[in-house]
Design a protein around this ligand. Structure first.
Ligand code: DLL
Length: 435
């Protein structure tokens, strides 16, 4: 596969550190001068822009939390005058008040550049038809991918999310070659294709899929690849830092290359905020070093992953992040036991459910929490359910109990009874926090 911008993607690390240091100093000066919140926080820590001379000094700077963006809602965190802001996006606000992010024309241009790199690493070029089934609107997925696809001169098909049958007709009629959507929606598309009698390998021209915006496992990747006949690659990003394209896998599927000429990554212990040694799993923290409108310093993502600094076979020198195993604020505490939805997913895959649709329902009776894991039966399981249902439930329950040390109830439900989403899958229903 080609590389869109080898100058930066394959830069020697020494040179990269120099570039990062230079850009970091400029950014710190920018936020100190333009964002009262940062000036206050830096003064409180006794740091001045002049104290930051290189990446080595990053640890002296304060962290930024999602709450800081909420407290300055909507625009008080911006480091550029509103007249220079050409676009805003916002997070969905499912975990509190929505947060607003802004971009100058240069920010949009840089974002398109980074998405162009991602698309090219999935094999896209001028002849590609990039089918964008990420939502357009305040969500960064749709428009983010769109501009990058135009930048490489590909043909963009801006379908946005939803209307699944129509998506498939469009893929067929317009000749989509690169599919971009959430991995859970990709599986739903594959399921609907089967129902419509469409064999993607025979009837469609899809070659690769760029899937992200939610956690997914390697087993789910295999499932998508075999059902759709595409190379399925993971893309990561978050609105506060930019949107999709903060990092992206190459064809070797061995970690997502972080666009380190634009973002500095650190890994910390989410509780003590200590910086962890290289290779440890912990919470990712990003510092934006080229953004004009919203350059966040040491932003606490809550996403748990680890970083690998070895050079990749593809030739890129950028550090690679592992798949995100969960969010520190997605972690459920059930009767004192920490549970990530991804741990349950791993158990389900281990017991042979290849593309599990599942939901965790957490409730409380009196003072005692309880967990019910609802798992959709595969059509094969459903057809001989009489003899298997109880045995399967028992097996899944025992595996969850031994993996997590937590008793739970497992309920197998009929195929297609768990809601399909066109965006991010909803894995947890926590009735304890629902009033
Ligand atoms: O989800 C941006 C995006 C759009 C990324 C399209 C990739 C593709 P937010 O809505 O702000 O932005 O949500 C960001 O989603 O902190 C992670 O918890 C999660 N996330 C994003 N990409 C991945 C991924 C977009 N590849 C939050 N794997 C992040 C796991 C992901 N989690």
């Amino acid at each position: 596969m080609s590389i869109w911008n080898a100058k930066y993607e394959c830069m020697e690390r020494e040179q990269l550190l120099e570039l990062q240091s230079h850009r970091l100093c400029d950014t710190v000066q920018r936020v100190y001068s333009n964002v009262p919140h940062y000036r206050r926080k830096m003064k409180a820590k006794g740091v001045e822009p002049g104290d930051i001379k290189s990446v080595q000094d990053l640890h002296k700077l304060p962290f930024t939390y999602k709450q800081d963006l909420r407290d300055t809602y909507p625009y008080d965190f911006f480091a550029a005058p509103m007249d220079d802001v050409v676009r805003i996006h916002a997070s969905t606000g499912t975990t509190g008040k929505r947060t607003v992010v802004g971009y100058t024309a240069k920010d949009i241009d840089n974002w398109a550049e980074l998405i162009a790199r991602c698309l090219v690493s999935a094999g896209a070029n001028k002849s590609s038809f990039v089918h964008v089934a990420y939502g357009y609107g305040l969500f960064t997925g749709g428009l983010g991918v769109h501009y990058g696809a135009e930048k490489i001169g590909a043909t963009v098909i801006p379908v946005s999310g939803g209307n699944t049958k129509r998506q498939i007709e469009i893929m067929q009629d317009f000749g989509s070659t690169i599919l971009t959507c959430t991995p859970s929606y990709a599986l739903y598309l594959a399921e609907t294709m089967r129902e419509m009698g469409i064999d993607p390998k025979r009837d469609l021209k899809l070659k690769a899929g760029i899937f992200g915006a939610e956690p997914w496992t390697d087993a789910m990747r295999k499932e998508i690849e075999s059902q759709m006949g595409v190379l399925a690659l993971d893309i990561y990003g978050l609105s506060e830092v930019m949107g999709p394209g903060v990092s992206m896998e190459c064809e070797y599927q061995d970690g997502m290359h972080i666009q380190e000429d634009h973002f500095i990554v650190e890994v910390i212990d989410p509780v003590t905020e200590e910086i962890l040694p290289i290779g440890s799993e912990g919470e990712l923290v990003f510092t934006c070093i080229t953004k004009e409108a919203l350059p966040l310093i040491r932003y606490r993502t809550r996403d748990i992953a680890k970083i690998n600094y070895e050079k990749c076979q593809c030739g890129r020198t950028q550090a690679r992040m592992s798949k995100v195993t969960g969010r520190s604020d997605d972690m459920l505490i059930i009767r004192g036991v920490n549970v990530f939805p991804s741990q349950i997913e791993t158990v389900l895959l281990d017991v042979g459910l290849s593309a599990p649709y599942y939901q965790l329902v957490v409730g409380r009776v009196g003072t005692l929490d309880n967990l019910e894991v609802q798992v959709e039966m595969s059509p094969e399981m459903f057809s001989d359910k009489i003899k298997n249902i109880e045995a399967s439930e028992k097996k899944i329950r025992e595996n969850i109990e031994s993996a997590l040390g937590l008793t739970c109830k497992v309920r197998l439900v009929e195929p297609k009874s768990i809601e399909r989403t066109e965006g991010k899958a909803k894995r947890v229903i926590d009735k304890r926090t629902m009033g």
